[in-house]
Design a protein around this ligand. Structure first.
Ligand SMILES: Nc1nc2c(ncn2[C@@H]2O[C@H](COP(=O)(O)OP(=O)(O)OP(=O)(O)O)[C@@H](O)[C@H]2O)c(=O)[nH]1
Length: 370
């Protein structure tokens, strides 16, 4: 019992401390708040010297309210919500049924059975939310915690149902197992929840540092990082690696004539158009202002030339609409392949750049091969 109390307090403190910095996400505050409330409720239910209304009725409602707040935090983490009426219903059930078994038809056994099953159900609901929306390798720890806690509470409920003798509460195998499992599950839940938030931050940072905010294409850092991998994979697999450099023609004129927002929309449009050409393992990056690069694994020179010509024609045919302004644009493309150059991405890109400038010199809106 002492271990359980200590672990409950420690894990709650851990969640509260992690939620206490200014930029903590809302779900973390719901989890911390929910745990504090649930702790308070557990305290109320376990002090039998308190008035019966407090330890026999309100305590259960407070625990359920705390668990509902944790559930709300999980839903918020998964871009959903749990409405206040739903939280009210969860709490009301935990108040009404113990009230019945305390005030109308007093039965400690029935009350303990109910609390075991009901709190198990709430923990399993949390597990379902985590399982449905989480990335497995990230959410597995908290998921295990919720499932385990639910199981331990369920076992307590079953034990109460089968063994009416309350004096036997602490001695049975089921009770012993659940006493062991509960602190373990609480630790898993606390660390698992923090891990879920950390992973989300790491993912956001990774996106910020490797993706171009305007177009969603890889930026230079992202290209450096992923390009090496793609190059190495093609080399090991004995496949050709093609690079296509794409640069919008007279982009400055588009900006000067229609304004920067239209120029931005042209860049977004080009990124969307290029994305349609990609297979899952290909790369697209914004290399500079109006210059993009495609890195295509398993594509030889002739195939890359076909792709580049198709892209050029699509760009030429497209019309970009932005707030009442319609713009057409063209692009010059440079194609190079590892068959003629090396698998070194930096060399391929600079050779592609040379070819692209050749296309510019030859009159623009065309493809040149390096
Ligand atoms: N709207 C917008 N413009 C950008 C962005 N990044 C760079 N530019 C502009 O892109 C223009 C590039 O102009 P230039 O390098 O002269 O190229 P160009 O006009 O396309 O000429 P050519 O490449 O020779 O056909 C500059 O005016 C930059 O200000 C951006 O993110 N959004």
């Amino acid at each position: 019992m002492l271990v359980q109390v200590c672990v409950t307090l420690l894990t709650t403190a851990l969640l509260v401390v992690s939620a206490c910095y200014t930029e903590s996400p809302p779900e973390q505050r719901w989890w911390a708040g929910g745990n504090v409330v649930a702790c308070l409720g557990l305290g109320l239910t376990s002090v039998e010297s308190l008035p019966v209304l407090l330890h026999g009725v309100i305590g259960y409602g407070v625990v359920a309210f705390g668990l509902a707040l944790v559930l709300r935090g999980l839903r918020v983490h998964c871009a959903a919500n749990l409405s206040w009426p739903a939280i009210g219903v969860i709490t009301a059930i935990a108040l009404l049924i113990p009230a019945w078994f305390t005030l109308v038809a007093p039965s400690l056994r029935a009350r303990l059975c109910f609390s075991g099953f009901y709190f198990a159900l709430l923990n399993w609901l949390c597990a379902v939310v985590v399982a449905r929306h989480g990335v497995w390798r990230v959410s597995i720890v908290s998921l295990t915690g919720f499932v385990l806690l639910g199981l331990a509470l369920f076992l307590r409920g079953v034990h109460m149902l089968l063994h009416g003798d309350l004096a036997d509460r602490s001695s049975s195998l089921a009770m012993g197992l659940s006493t062991l499992a509960i602190p373990l599950a609480q630790i898993c839940i606390a660390f698992g929840l923090i891990q879920m938030v950390m992973w989300r931050y790491a993912e956001r940072l990774r996106r910020l540092s490797t993706l171009d905010a305007l177009t969603g294409a890889l930026n230079r850092a992202g290209l450096d990082l992923q390009g090496k991998r793609v190059g190495l994979r093609a080399l090991r697999g004995g496949r050709s690696l093609a690079v296509i450099m794409i640069d919008v023609d007279y982009f400055k004129q588009i900006n000067d004539t229609h304004g920067h927002p239209v120029g931005d929309e042209v860049l977004r449009h080009l990124a969307r158009l290029l994305k349609l050409e990609l297979r899952p393992h290909d790369l697209m990056a914004r290399f500079g202002g109006e210059e993009f690069v495609l890195v295509l694994d398993g594509v030889d020179r002739a195939a890359a030339l076909n792709i580049a010509e198709r892209v050029r024609a699509r760009i030429e045919d497209a019309v970009v609409d932005w707030e009442g302004v319609s713009v057409r644009y063209t692009a010059s493309l440079g194609v190079v392949c590892s068959d003629q150059h090396s698998y070194d991405l930096i060399r391929l890109i600079s050779a592609g750049d040379v070819a692209m400038y050749e296309a510019k010199r030859a009159g623009r809106n065309r493809v040149a091969v390096g």
